[in-house]
Design a protein around this ligand. Sequence first.
Ligand code: FAD
Length: 369
Amino acid sequence: MAAKSRRPAAESSPVDFDRVRAIVAQELAPLATRIDLEGYYPEGVLHALGAAGAYAAHVTAAAGDGHLWDGVRAIASVAEECGATAFCMWCQDACAWYLAVTPNESLRAQYLAPVASGEQLGGTALSNPMKAFAGIETIRLKGRKVKGGYRVSGQVPFVSNLGRGHVFGAILGTDDGSHVMALLDTDMEGVKAGQRAQFVALDGTRTWAVSLHDCFVPDARVLAAPAEALVPKIRPTFILLQNGLATGLMRDCLAMIARAGRSLGHVNRYLPEQAEPIAEALEKLERETEALCATPLATDRDYIRRVLQSRIDAGDWAIKAAHTAMLHLGARGYVRTARAQRRLREAYFVAILTPAGKHLRKDLAALDG
Ligand SMILES: Cc1cc2nc3c(=O)[nH]c(=O)nc-3n(C[C@H](O)[C@H](O)[C@H](O)COP(=O)(O)OP(=O)(O)OC[C@H]3O[C@@H](n4cnc5c(N)ncnc54)[C@H](O)[C@@H]3O)c2cc1C
């Protein structure tokens, strides 16, 4: 079941929500268990969602007239069925956003339209730099300025939504202490990318380790130098789109709890964990995310604080919702192909995906300190 709209999409929204719902019901739902248990990458579904406009809603926000909330809703519609596919959408959206806000017009002209339409698939390797900028870890990709570009080496362990010829945004540290953001391609000379880890969930996201060995990154592929100039424009959209992963999952958990109640309500009502607080938190999170989506380029402290808090709530409530669903479903939810236990494993990902709960709390403390 796809997300119910809290308000009709604006006339000019590029997202065809009827088509998104049809893709979810007819193409994605039959694949969800295979995606989860066999690590099947739903490439065809991702292209179809792109053709339905699912990655194009937010991109015009760079010019002040985007539909970021529709982008969040599109992710949520898919997250109601499958967290892995919804996360691949987020990767695609993040990549499109980098291209939407880059001052590099020729790179934007070449890549924005194919990425926003899902013709060209792509992702983002920004976990490490986001953590580096927050003082959590050091930058893993190192670049040396040479004539016409940078020579880059280093490794990032997890980049999702990859494949041969897929693009992804990355940030490298340079020898002069600054940072450069660039659009890389798995086919570039000096790039090695492949599956290293197997995960407890989200295995269908084609999450690869990426190594660069003296890879030449031409100036033409630079999204921003210094990267620091672009990061404040990227961050709220990057974070708010992730809230859709949580709201879709929470809605599905509420539906599971309601279905279980038909036969088990007489005993489930004794559980201390009930649907009402989840429904209230979902409503509040959707309302707050929608409000914050109206001004994705804002940089004032109050706005950033609200964005960070909403993302903390998204991670926390995704886990609470999936935990509650597990308890209500009981043994039905505990079999290997059951939806409830898959949602619980997916929910933990929402809370540990960068920016993770601990990272967000550190950022909030820094903002207030
Ligand atoms: C399924 C999945 C998909 C992901 N997709 C992306 C993506 O598309 N783009 C992206 O930038 N990040 C991606 N990540 C990384 C994610 O956003 C977090 O950065 C990561 O989960 C670590 O966050 P943390 O807060 O737990 O790190 P911390 O606890 O602060 O630090 C742990 C550090 O150790 C590293 N680490 C942990 N386990 C391993 C391991 N087994 N092998 C190598 N290094 C390890 C982590 O990368 C991290 O740098 C993905 C992670 C997972 C699990």
